[in-house]
Ligand binder design. Structure first.
Ligand SMILES: [Zn+2]
Length: 98
């Protein structure tokens, strides 16, 4: 079985909606290629505008969320002022009980 026809790709919500398969089905790269071409043709996207994919979180947005979560989950050590997790009982830096 060649790599192209092996059903190796998990169809998530977006992929399944484009390919017309059920979410969670496994599809091959050939299926995806065929499906994308059909999708572009059906939606008259060829030669025109870009494919309008649903908005996906960008790496930057995810990073920002992680940083915000980390920041909100931190506190300053009562003794040395180091940033430590808010649930920490002892300071990572100086070992003082919080
Ligand atoms: Zn400390």
């Amino acid at each position: 079985m060649s790599g192209l026809t092996k059903k190796a790709v998990y169809a998530d919500k977006l992929l399944s909606s484009i390919l017309g398969v059920r979410e969670g089905d496994f599809v091959s790269y050939a299926d995806i290629s065929r499906g994308l071409h059909r999708y572009i043709k059906d939606n008259k996207l060829k030669g025109g505008g870009a494919i309008q994919l649903p908005k996906q979180p960008t790496v930057q947005a995810v990073q920002g969320e992680i940083e915000a979560a980390v920041e909100s989950g931190m506190k300053s050590c009562i003794d040395c002022g180091a940033q430590i997790p808010s649930e920490a009982t002892f300071c990572d830096m100086c070992g003082v009980s919080q």
